[in-house]
Design a protein around this ligand. Sequence first.
Ligand code: NAI
Length: 302
Amino acid sequence: MSEINFEGRVAIVTGAGAGLGKTYAIELAKRGAKVVVNDLGGARDGSGFGTNAADEVVDEIKQAGGQAAANYDSVATVEGGEGIVKTAVDNFGGVDILINNAGILRDKSIVKMEEHEWDLVLAVHLKGAWCVTQPAFKLMKDAGFGRIINTASGAGLYGNFGQANYAAAKIGLVGLMHSIHTEGMKYNIKCNTIAPIAASRLTEDLLPPEISSKLDPKFVTPLVMYLVSEENPDSNMIFNCAAGWFSRTAIMCGTGTTIGNADGDISAEQVRDAWSDITNLDEIKTLGNVNESFGYLGKLLQ
Ligand code: NAI
């Protein structure tokens, strides 16, 4: 069996001081990558700052004979994103792999959520991925190679109580993936999204203990390693992953129905009466980009 290796590759893992990100950084380094271990080192809710988290992971990698550099910037600002990518360039000469992983939680029900809780969670997860991706993408484009992972969540893909800010940010990362894929494919830049479940600081009081013991972050890492490897042929996909369960999930489009010929008005009653056809998902397809949805207007375009 040939081994996946990252010799000669430079990887950035954001939020790599703990949890899932730490396992990615260590495994990437074990397989030969030079790794930027980014972590702000704050609390679970995004408050505070500390250098220890990133330093400890860098030490662990170096002690095992790997190469790594620490970065303590927040992903949530443009300057922070540029600083993270600069750490990769200054220490290792570029960036080939980016894992957008940093995350926090500020859970509240919709009625109780305050503006700053919405803003901070969106800033770390969604804007944060953008802030690091943009400078990394520029270098990947010039190099003709890039592998990017966005980290979504079942809360964003499927829904969860008390996580409006988090869910909105996480599904936003799927939209960002579509754009990275569409603009990156001619430069061999692939982007995929994972929706992991793992026992970590983030989930310590959310997961039932009997399940938690099975959800070691190390079970998510193999999928991420494959997705960021040269061997991975696929892009623009979303994967569930937890405790050894790996499954593709997707945004699908139903065939639907066409009312009229776009030559007159359509009434709300016509929509009501066609509701079972509009909501029918018996024949569904993934669409490669928005233009493919025009294909469903075939009857009108003939
Ligand atoms: P974690 O709390 O163990 O690790 C997240 C790391 O991100 C922390 O070390 C933290 O210091 C760092 N971080 C937070 N804000 C940052 C910022 N502004 N800049 C740089 N670093 C920052 O959490 P975990 O579970 O490892 O989560 C990793 C990712 O996976 C997150 O995006 C999370 O939303 C996502 N996720 C995790 C799930 C789980 O079951 N653990 C479920 C679904 C998604």
